[in-house]
Design a protein around this ligand. Structure first.
Ligand code: MTE
Ligand code: MO
Length: 191
């Protein structure tokens, strides 16, 4: 394809390579934002915390001068992976699907080594980027083929397949998911 046609296709929003989208300047989300990524990112698509409109984030003491946001369609549009961890709530294996956390961070142009995650109920575990990659954390959008409700475990759940890692599988199932916030809505990328 000639360069001018390629650029034209991008401008028309018809680029068909999913990964090509990662390098594009971030557009503002159009649907309700489910995830806001702040801190050390280069691909911002919104400005600073708004003390008037960002009430929950302000109450949870977030502060940022720019952020990358994702609505459900944006997350569902990233390449997805499927995992099948045994969950502690019923001790059964369930299918969870969504993009790798590393893929989401890549879309943000994240450069850092620590991730401070935050859930709607204020639960806020931190993990290293290295562990997020090693344990292949995903930002799950689907549980057993269905989106997850706010009020349940969703809409987003940062989770990994504990069963696959001997040091995790050795723990009782109710001790494997302390670093897995359900109701995830914010990630701060730190040095
Ligand atoms: N949003 C949120 N995610 C969470 C928690 C929580 O309190 N809130 N607890 C964590 C801990 S410590 C464990 S062991 C598991 C199960 O906790 P839960 O019973 O509170 O879901 O989820 C993890 N994820
Ligand atoms: Mo826990």
């Amino acid at each position: 394809m000639k360069k001018r046609h390629f650029l034209g296709a991008l401008a028309a929003g018809s680029a068909s390579l999913p990964l090509a989208g990662l390098a594009q300047p971030a557009k503002a989300s159009t649907g309700p934002v489910l995830l806001t990524v702040t801190g050390r990112i280069s691909q911002a698509n919104r400005g600073p915390l708004d003390p008037v409109l960002d009430q929950m984030m302000a109450k949870q003491k977030l502060a940022f001068d720019k952020a990358r946001t994702f609505d459900f369609a944006e997350l569902a549009g990233l390449p997805a992976v499927t995992i099948e961890p045994t969950l502690e709530y019923d001790q059964k294996r369930h299918v969870l699907a969504g993009p790798l956390l590393a893929t989401v961070l890549q879309a943000c142009g994240a450069t850092g080594s620590k991730l401070a995650m935050r859930a709607i109920d204020g639960y806020a575990p931190a993990i290293s980027l290295a562990d997020a990659q090693r344990y292949r954390f995903i930002v799950a959008t689907h549980l057993d083929g269905r989106p997850m409700p706010l009020g349940g475990l969703g809409p987003l759940w940062a989770i990994y397949e504990a069963d696959k890692f001997p040091e995790m599988a050795a723990k009782p199932v109710d001790q494997r998911f302390a670093l897995c916030p359900w109701g995830l809505y914010h990630i701060d990328v730190q040095a």
